[in-house]
Design a protein around this ligand. Structure first.
Ligand SMILES: [Zn+2]
Length: 289
């Protein structure tokens, strides 16, 4: 075991910094949400999409005042750009939907489109979209793909003009994504495999830099999870164990400060094994079935 690779994905967003505002292509500008942290890396990427005088904003950060100011400045510094015509949200996690109210307050009312998840949608009046929806603005078309797993309401958006995929939290610019307790790893793997089938030249993720080798990145995400599967089943071979013990055994290369996050990930794998009848939970202890 000691010679086996400990991990597939070796890059990380820890300590990464990015420009506050940048143009990534003719039709894609990125503005950082000003919410850096252990789960958000340099912060949430919010995207200003299109080539016309009014554009689509994809995701809104967390509701940080400095972000709304930054967005306003970025818009005013782009020649010929007049404002935002519509807000699109990938999913209802607070670092994506949390800025909607302040943006509406600053820029006036406009359509806010997302796949509904009522209990997390902050009471916002939404234009409900789902798989197959198409959002058009001058210079860009965004096609919604329902990609549950990280979150049940998660949408990715494909933009055929650049063969680009906005992946939200499905695929990140560095490191791997978290499958939270209300997520589903089985759904997540199915969603990753679905993304592999698309003709994609570039990924614009919700955190971290753009990805110019999409297939290799998605493939590494799948392999990462498959390695974790093997490591977790391997850890249970020695007998029943609590999640903390499994984490200590597998995440030997990760600082203790990140073990709580690692536990969330291990639990996601265990829950999927439990569904498939491969492991059993007794109290706080997991064992092979
Ligand atoms: Zn998320």
């Amino acid at each position: 075991m000691s010679d086996a690779p400990r991990r597939v994905v070796t890059d990380t967003m820890i300590g990464m910094s990015m420009a506050d505002s940048e143009r990534w292509s003719e039709r894609v500008g990125v503005v950082l949400g000003q919410n850096p942290g252990p789960f958000t890396g340099p912060g949430t990427n919010t995207y200003v999409i299109g080539t016309g005088s009014r554009r689509v904003l994809l995701d809104t950060g967390q509701g940080v005042d400095a972000y709304t100011d930054l967005l306003e400045r970025a818009l005013s510094e782009t020649p010929g750009l007049d404002g935002i015509e519509e807000i699109l949200i990938t999913h209802a996690h607070p670092d994506h939907i949390g800025g909607v109210e302040s943006i509406l307050e600053r820029f006036g009312s406009m359509r806010v489109s997302k796949k509904p998840r009522t209990e997390m949608d902050r009471g916002l009046e939404l234009s409900e979209i789902d798989e197959g929806a198409e959002i058009s603005t001058a210079g860009a078309t965004l096609q919604a793909l329902w990609t549950p797993g990280h979150a049940i309401d998660h949408l990715c958006f494909y933009m055929p003009e650049e063969r680009a995929l906005f992946t939200g939290d499905m695929v990140l610019g560095a490191g791997t994504t978290v499958i939270p307790r209300d997520g589903d790893l089985g759904d997540y793997m199915a969603s990753l495999r679905r993304l592999m089938e698309l003709d994609v030249d570039v990924i614009y993720p919700a955190h971290g830099p753009k990805i110019t080798e999409p297939r290799a990145k998605i493939e590494s995400y799948i392999q990462h999870r498959e390695l974790r599967d093997r490591q977790i089943l391997g850890a249970l071979e020695g007998g029943p164990a609590k999640v903390e013990r499994i984490v200590d055994e597998i995440y030997t290369d990760v600082p203790e400060a990140f073990h709580a996050a690692a536990a969330v990930s291990v639990e996601a794998h265990l829950r999927r094994f439990e569904k498939g009848g491969r492991v059993v939970k007794e109290g706080e202890t997991w064992r092979r079935a």
